[in-house]
Design a protein. Structure first.
Length: 431
C-alpha cells in the first residue's frame, strides 16, 4: 500500500513544536573526557582500545539533570533534546542490547531516565537524539580513512560485517527508547549520507514501529538527509520516513523553508555556542548572548525554531561560558518571550532596522537599530493600530505618522537595541 501523507495530522502533531520556537540541545558522553569534541575518535583516528578506557573513567560527579533542565527553562527554552547515543555508540540509557552503557560505568546511572524525569518536572517537552551511525558496533561498516568516514574502505573487512544485524540492533534500541521512557515529544535521528539514507536504514519499518509506540512524537528529517538537505517532506509526495521538520545545521535559511506546494514547513536551526557540539576544553570562542538572541529572532521571523546546544564537561557540568549566555538570554526572554513563543513570520517586508514576528493580531518589531527620535514604520498602517509599546518596559513608542493601511490590533516591540536587559556583549577569550 502506498504511503499517503496526512497533512492535517501533520499540522496537529507539529502545532506545539511550531509554537515552542526555542529548545536546548545537549551533547554529552564519553567524548567529554578527551574533551576535544564528539568526533574525536574519528578525527584523531583513535582505535577502540584507546577510547574504551574512558568508559571505566566516566563518573561524572556533577551530573545533575535537574540543573540542566532548570537552566533550559530559565533561558526561556520550551523543549530539550539529549543525545541518548552518539556516533561512538555509547548509550546513556539502560539498554538490554549492549554493555556499552552509562549504567555500567562508575556513574552507574540511567542518564536518559533522569533527564526525561527532570525535563518534565521543569515543564519542558522531552526529546531524544539517536545516532544512526555507530562506530562501536562490530557490524557497522568501518572506514579506513577516518578523516573521511563516509567512504567504505575495502581494507576494513566490511564484507565480514552483517549490516542487517546492526540494523536489528539499532531498531531494538529505538524501540527501547520509545517504550521505557514515557511519552517522547521529539525523536532526533542523526544522520543520513551517501547511499546510507531512507530504506538503507529500513526506515519505513523503523518509523512504523516508532509511530505505533509514540503516535504523537515529532521526528526530524535525518532518516533521509543530513543538516544540508530538505528531505521528502518538502516534496509533493513525502516518503513514510519524511520526518516532521527540516533540520538546517549552523545556518538560518534566508527565507524560511517551504514545500514544493508553497506550504510553510516546520524547521529548526541547530546551532552551537562555540565551535563544538561535544565538550572541547580548548574552545573558548563563544558567541555573545546578543548574537544568539538575534539568531533566535531571525529563526522565528522566518517561521522556524532554534535548538541551541550545550556540551557538558566530563564532570557533567554545563560550561560557565554557556551558563552565562543562557542566563543573559533568559533575562531578555523574561521581558520579550511574547515576541518569540507562539510567534512566526509576520507577512511584512523585511525592514533594514530589524525583524518582524507575529502572533495573531499582535505584531512584534525586533529593533536591531533604534532610530534617533520617532520611529518610521512604513510597513504597517496607522489607522488600525490600537497601541504601540516597548515590551521590555511597557513604555509608549513615539512614532511618525506617515503610514499606510493595515489590519493589525497592536504592535509591541521586543527591543534588541541598546536594551537594559541585554548585557554588554560578553568578552570572549580569544586564544
Ligand atoms: O555528526 C553530528 C555532529 O556530531 C552533531 O551531533 C550534529 C548536530 O546536528 N549532527 C551531526 C553533524 O551533522
Amino acid at each position: 500500500m502506498t504511503y499517503q501523507f496526512d497533512r492535517a495530522a501533520y499540522e496537529r502533531r507539529i502545532a506545539w513544536y511550531r509554537r515552542a520556537r526555542f529548545g536546548m540541545f545537549i551533547h554529552w558522553g564519553l567524548y567529554a573526557i578527551p574533551a576535544r569534541g564528539e568526533w574525536v575518535r574519528s578525527v584523531e583516528q583513535m582505535p577502540e582500545e584507546e577510547y574504551l578506557p574512558f568508559f571505566d573513567e566516566f563518573a561524572a560527579p556533577d551530573f545533575d539533570a535537574r540543573a540542566w533542565a532548570r537552566a533550559a527553562r530559565e533561558a526561556g527554552m520550551r523543549y530539550v533534546v539529549l543525545t541518548a547515543k552518539h556516533h561512538d555508540g555509547f548509550c546513556l540509557f539502560d539498554t538490554a542490547t549492549t554493555d556499552f552503557k552509562s549504567t555500567n560505568t562508575p556513574l552507574g546511572r540511567d542518564v536518559v531516565r533522569e533527564f526525561v524525569d527532570a525535563a518534565r518536572a521543569e515543564g519542558l517537552r522531552v526529546g531524544l537524539y539517536y545516532s544512526l551511525l555507530d562506530w562501536h558496533h562490530p557490524d557497522y561498516p568501518h572506514y579506513g580513512d577516518r578523516n573521511h568516514p563516509m567512504r567504505n574502505d575495502p581494507e576494513c573487512g566490511n564484507e565480514r560485517r552483517d549490516f542487517n544485524r546492526y540494523l536489528d540492533y539499532m531498531h531494538e534500541q529505538v524501540r527501547e527508547l520509545c517504550t521505557n521512557y514515557g511519552t517522547l515529544d521529539i525523536l532526533w535521528f542523526d544522520f543520513s549520507y551517501d547511499d546510507m539514507r531512507g530504506e538503507a536504514w529500513r526506515a519505513t519499518e523503523l518509523i512504523d514501529m516508532v509511530r505505533s509506540l509514540q503516535p504523537g512524537v515529532v521526528i526530524d528529517n535525518r532518516l533521509e538527509v543530513s543538516g544540508e538537505g530538505y528531505g521528502s517532506l518538502a516534496t509533493a509526495h513525502p516518503a513514510p520516513f519524511h520526518g516532521d521538520f527540516v533540520s538546517p545545521e549552523q545556518m538560518i535559511p534566508p527565507d524560511g523553508i517551504h514545500g514544493e506546494d508553497g506550504s510553510e514547513l516546520a524547521w529548526e536551526s541547530c546551532v552551537t555556542m562555540n565551535r563544538n557540539w561535544g565538550y572541547a576544553a580548548d574552545d573558548h570562542l563563544f558567541k555573545p548572548a546578543s548574537m544568539l538572541i538575534r539568531s533566535l529572532v531571525e529563526c522565528v521571523s522566518k517561521g522556524g525554531n532554534m535548538l541551541l546546544n550545550v556540551g557538558p564537561d566530563a564532570r557533567g557540568a554545563i560550561p560557565p561560558e554557556s551558563m552565562e549566555r543562557l542566563a543573559a538570554i533568559g533575562r531578555w526572554m523574561r521581558l520579550n518571550r511574547d515576541s518569540i513563543v507562539g510567534c512566526g513570520r509576520a507577512g511584512l517586508p523585511r525592514p533594514e532596522y530589524g525583524r518582524w514576528t507575529r502572533n495573531g493580531d499582535r505584531l512584534f518589531l525586533h529593533l536591531y537599530d533604534r532610530p534617533v527620535g520617532s520611529l518610521p514604520i512604513p510597513e504597517v498602517g496607522r489607522d488600525q493600530v490600537a497601541s504601540m509599546r516597548y515590551l521590555a518596559t511597557g513604555a509608549e513608542v513615539p512614532v511618525s505618522t506617515s503610514w499606510t493601511h493595515s489590519d493589525y490590533g497592536e504592535i509591541l516591540f521586543a527591543d534588541l537595541g541598546p536594551d537594559p536587559c541585554l548585557p554588554d556583549p560578553i568578552d570572549t577569550v580569544v586564544e
